[in-house]
Design a protein around this ligand. Sequence first.
Ligand code: 13P
Length: 351
Amino acid sequence: MTRDATTIPSAGPAAEERTASSSLADFCTPPTWTVRPEDIEDVRRLQGEIRQLARARSAVILAHNYQLPAVQEVADILGDSLALAIKARETDAERIVFCGVHFMAESAKILNMDRKVLLPSLAAGCSLADSITADSLQDWKERYPGHVVVTYINSSAEVKALSDICCTSANAVSVVRSLREDKILFTPDRNLGRWVARQVPEKDIVLYDGCCPTHDVLRGISVEKTVQTHPRAVVIAHPECREDVLDMADEICSTSGMVDAVARHPEAQTFIIATEWAMVYRLQQVYPDKEFVMADGCIGCRLHCPYMKMIDLPLVKRALEEDVFEIEVDPEVAAGARRSLERMLAVPRDR
Ligand code: 13P
């Protein structure tokens, strides 16, 4: 099993050996998602069946860091948007089962049109991606002529096709710095765009007015309270957070960047995490001796992405058994979107 940064325990063959006291049952999640100790054997059985099916069907399972802990465990590759796009482009498996949200599976398809890309639930959308349409981008382009369009990967294929280059939270600063042009229209996440603009002051950046509601709901005042309770903690925030939150952060990075960020603070015991709650499960697997505290002081109550929680183990199994739900992209749109994605992939990660 490959991970984009560090290895976490696999499901697979070792699954049967796990006991009810394993970390999956211990992990404190919102009540709906907690695995009860009496259910852990069923979860392990299902994970074993999924691994077997994936092998039999020549499928690679890619999962985003915000997926349910039980789904994270069954993945071949677990990572942030950038790592998953790179892996999707490289794989020679016949099928890519994408445990994430629609725009991620769509990007995988665009980057690897020869593969069958399956999204286990079509309800797994992204309201940030939905906040910009091809028509609204066209309007903005007309309002800002002469601007280069940098579009976050959290967007549809049609929007990517109308853009000059894509970015993710892991490379946004490098992408903007890589451009020769100085006038930029950054879409659709205003928080990410503002954070980039602060680091690249030499560019004139116009921000589209979209946001990720899961991150945008968090306020500096909540983080302040959490910091008061853990005064020695290192604060790590995702750049989709608002400016008042980012101002309090010691590290600002993509979800997989957070795994590396913890390693940069070997003296610290406690980390305050300002992103979606499932990331804490990932971090706990990699650093079992460290303490991770949600920035809102409440695991999953507010920093919860409902779309990232649409996929569960029975749906992953069904996707493999029935080849559903296949992602298709119009070849002409895909060609335009691929240009923007490939241009992004030529730029290295930030840092
Ligand atoms: P990452 O690329 O950092 O994993 O973030 C994806 C995302 O959608 C965050 O809300």
